[in-house]
Ligand binder design. Structure first.
Ligand SMILES: Cc1cc2nc3c(=O)[nH]c(=O)nc-3n(C[C@H](O)[C@H](O)[C@H](O)COP(=O)(O)OP(=O)(O)OC[C@H]3O[C@@H](n4cnc5c(N)ncnc54)[C@H](O)[C@@H]3O)c2cc1C
Length: 242
């Protein structure tokens, strides 16, 4: 399943800077970090990743309800690429032995959840069967200063692959719309991995800035992230043009 990172609302820094200057206030990058907000719609992310994301306390979140969104067998899940599609594990239930793939187990949990609801169990209780791989949508707003903290932790090589892919996608999106605020990440000083990727983001942003500028206001610009960044899972990046 492809995750989507959509930056759909953000502070217009050129306008903020010129308005402040008109009032005689001059601000450098450090000053600008204290002002502004970025709102992302993260779609198709696993519950495992959304749980990691909401650990960041200096942010606002709205997450898709599991109680009220009806479950169907077509609901999404994210399979880690490290688990081969055809890998089977032996399980035993009621004396019967079965060899199941990851997808088989996902299908079973969805059938069981649907079955409970069909038997009159409330959806809010049925959802207790849902695995960490089940996907969700989450809207997140953060200030630039907190985003940098988030990127320093979650773009790092020891961060888990899914949240790391999301964090790099978000970093690319904010680098496109607010280069005045988001330069190289402070964590790049201590990590060659981060340093290399910051350069790749700078390159991909440079190549796509002209196309972004030509995007009609209000439309979503598709920010190409792969193959520039070798992600562990497919992520599509989008940025709304003002
Ligand atoms: C690689 C990695 C592995 C992890 N593994 C685990 C794990 O095994 N178990 C686990 O539980 N968590 C784990 N975490 C999550 C981690 O412990 C943090 O909860 C998460 O990274 C959010 O970081 P934060 O608290 O700095 O950020 P935020 O909550 O966004 O806060 C940002 C900063 O604001 C300040 N701040 C925020 N709230 C307060 C407060 N109430 N009082 C004082 N200062 C505050 C702090 O300086 C903080 O650093 C892991 C994180 C990473 C990156």
């Amino acid at each position: 399943m492809t995750s989507k990172v959509i930056l759909f609302s953000y502070t217009n820094y050129p306008s903020l800077i010129s308005n402040l200057e008109r009032e005689g206030v001059k601000m450098g990058q450090n000053g600008l970090l204290r002002h502004g907000s970025f709102t992302f719609d993260l779609q198709g992310v696993s519950r495992a990743a959304s749980h990691q994301i909401v650990r960041h306390r200096i942010a606002s979140f709205s997450q898709q309800s599991q109680r009220y969104v009806k479950i169907t067998r077509s609901y999404g899940y994210l399979k880690p690429s490290g688990i081969p599609e055809d890998l089977k594990v032996p399980v035993e239930i009621h004396g019967q032995k079965l060899d199941l793939t990851f997808s088989d187990v996902m299908d079973l949990t969805r059938q069981a959840e649907e079955g409970l609801v069909a038997k009159g169990i409330k959806a809010e209780d049925g959802r207790y069967l849902r695995p960490n791989a089940a996907t969700t949508n989450i809207v997140m707003s953060m200030s630039p200063r907190q985003l940098i903290h988030f990127f320093n932790l979650r773009c790092a090589p020891d961060a888990q692959w899914e949240i790391r892919d999301l964090a790099w996608s978000m970093y690319a999106a904010v680098s496109l719309v607010a280069p005045q605020v988001f330069g190289p990440l402070p964590a790049a000083d201590e990590s060659d991995y981060i340093k290399k990727r910051v350069l790749l983001v700078s390159d991909l942003v440079q190549k796509q800035t002209e196309m972004f500028e030509k995007t009609p206001p209000g439309e979503l610009f598709h920010l190409e992230l792969q193959p520039y960044l070798d992600f562990a899972h497919p992520v599509d990046g989008f940025v709304r043009k003002y």
